[in-house]
Structures are given as structure tokens and as C-alpha cells.
Design a protein around this ligand. Sequence first.
Ligand code: NAD
Ligand code: TDX
Length: 337
Amino acid sequence: MTNLLVTGGAGFIGSNFVQYTVKHKPEYHVTVIDKLTYAGNRANLESVNDRIEFIEGDICNAELMDRLVAKNDIIVHFAAESHNDNSLRNPWPFVETNIVGTYTILEAVRKYDKRLHHISTDEVFGDLELDDPNRFTESTPYNPSSPYSSTKASSDMLVRAWMRSFGVKATISNCSNNYGPYQHIEKFIPRQITNILSGIKPKLYGTGEQVRDWIHVDDHNAAVHIILEKGTLGETYIIGADNDHVNNKMVIEQICELMGKGKDWYEHVNDRPGHDQRYAMDSSKLRRELGWQPRYTDNQTGMHDGLLQTIDWYRTHEDWWRPQKEAVEAAYAKQGQ
Ligand code: NAD
Ligand code: TDX
């Protein structure tokens, strides 16, 4: 058995990763460490409760991380403050968790000589102009725009420095926007689905021309497992599903249609300050060297099946999201969003 420590395993991508691991990778014994912030939910791990160990705690707690890292072989680090709009309201938790938390993990990993995989994002590269056909690669210079993305960029830099200066055994992946079950309803896609389920019109920031290179969460997590199995230490891998022709307006229209509303049953609201225009990922290294392929690649937006599955999940899990809906919408309403 390989002992696997998953930080942030009660959040959106982390909890999908833990469920995927328990289902498909029986060679791992999984321990989750999660602070259970507003974004973490113990219920996300209900289906695997008897197969994993769960520790409620903060990755900034050096004594705790020391103890947990010492007991495990591999650490997959998802824990983060993850929402751009929140980072514009209050950046401090982003600095603390994303930078100090990653530093704390790196020090423990260095001390016990363990293997780390660090989960990062496309946002560290900044954005592209809408008409720029280029894509981000592993060697694109960092140029983050928001408090969120700048703290993620900082954490990547720390990992790179610890690999080079101390020989820490790590890999990094930068993935594009994820969607799927268990995503917090503050985020774009689940916000619109739960709006429609609540009789509220979906809210599109600004013109909706912005492009996100959407990927289903299971495709992201399958890539992380391939990197754990076959990745080269010291390397960074870009993960993306080639959806960089899909803008926010197209996504919202598709959700409206799939949920039986007219294509235009949404409204424009205030734009996000400093809104990144376009993300596009070149994942050819991961595909070529490690043989990864996304599974959700159907029709012209590449999201039809994944969106249907996600809509169905929110439809059948109203008890999971309903308690948060009013407060999330009230916070957005204050900003005219
Ligand atoms: P999320 O906000 O849904 O989950 C984050 C989890 O981390 C929560 O369970 C939360 O309780 C936990 N956490 C926060 N602070 C903590 C702390 N100090 N100690 C311990 N646990 C803490 O986020 P997500 O969308 O699942 O993102 C997970 C990771 O993937 C993040 O590192 C994010 O930057 C990265 N990422 C996300 C996306 C995306 O589209 N969501 C895309 C690329 C990369
Ligand atoms: O109600 C909305 N209306 C809207 O038009 C919301 C919440 C968002 N948007 C737009 C803003 C973005 O262009 O949709 C796009 C996606 O927004 P988010 O879901 O907030 O994602 P984004 O800011 O792109 O960041 C996400 O992808 C990269 C994750 O939240 C990050 O954690 C990840 O690193």
C-alpha cells in the first residue's frame, strides 16, 4: 500500500480526486487533511468515509503537517483559497493558505524526503487577448492578474525553488477551469445551474466574450494520477481539454438550453474588475509524454455530456447546495452581480 495524503480533499476537485482514487486506485491508502472552510464540506466524502482517514486541520499548522507528511509517501496538494471574486473582497486568506500553507508543506516534505504533487492553475500565466491564437505552455512566463492567481503563482515559485535549492521531489500541474459535481455554487457553472433551479436568471459578467478552457473534473484528476505514476520529478505539466473556442456566453446559452429555457434566458451583470479575457492551454507535453487524453470531448463545445451530467447532479443534490444559495447570491447582489 502507498500512503497518500490529500490536502483540501473536502473541496471540489480534491473530493472528486479522493472518490476517483478509492474507486480506481486500490493500491493507495488515502488520508485527507482539510480545514473545512466555507468551501470544504465533509459530506463530499460521505461515499468513501469508511475507506479513508479524515483529519480536520490547517495546512499552515507546521506541527500537524510534520506529523502527517512523516506518515505518508506521497502528498497531493489541492488545498487553497480558490475563488477570484473572494480574493477581490479580501485577499488575506489567499496569502495565508496559498503561500504560507504551501511553504509549510514544502518544509515538511523536505524534512522527510517525500514526493509532492502541487496542483496549480492556468491563471498564473495571466491572460491572452481575445484574438490571440496562442496557448499557454509549460515555459510561458508567469504574469498573474488577481490576488488569487498571484498567490497561486507564488506557491508554484516556492515549489520550483524548493526543487532546485533543496532537491525536493515534486511535480507541478497547471490546469484550466474545472466543472463537474461538488463544485461550490459561487463558481460560474454551478451558480447558473442552481440559479435556473431556483427560478433566477443566470448572470453573465460584462459581455461574456471571455474564454475559459473548460475541462471536466474527472479528466483533470485522471491526469494527476498519470503524473503521479509516470511523470518526471522536477517537471511541470499543463492540463487542458482544448475548449479554448468556448466563451462564457456560449456556456450560459448551452446551460439555458439543456435546462429547457430559451437560449437567451439570462441577464448581463457588472463585469469583474481586472477580468482575465482568455485562457488557452497547450497540453501536448502531457499527451505526448505520458499518454493522457480527456474523455469529455463531445460536440462543438466539448461540454455537452459533461454539462448534462453536472446539471443532473445539482438537480438531484438540492440538499447539498440549497443552504448556501441565499448567502452566495446576497454577496454577489452587493456588487451588482
Ligand atoms: P475549493 O475551494 O472547492 O476547495 C479547496 C479546499 O481546500 C476546501 O475543502 C477547503 O476547506 C480547503 N482549504 C482551504 N484552506 C485550507 C487550509 N488552510 N488548510 C487546509 N485546507 C484548506 O477549490 P477547488 O476548486 O477544488 O480547487 C482545488 C485546487 O485546484 C486549488 O489549488 C486550485 O487553485 C486548483 N485549481 C482549481 C481549478 C478550478 O477550476 N476550480 C482549476 C485549476 C486549478
Ligand atoms: O456569475 C458569474 N458570471 C460570470 O460570467 C461568475 C461566478 C463568473 N462569471 C465568469 C467569470 C469568468 O470569466 O465566468 C468565468 C468563470 O468564472 P469562475 O467560475 O469564477 O472561474 P475563474 O475566475 O475563471 O477561475 C476558475 O478557474 C481557474 C477557478 O475558480 C480557479 O480556482 C481556477 O484556478
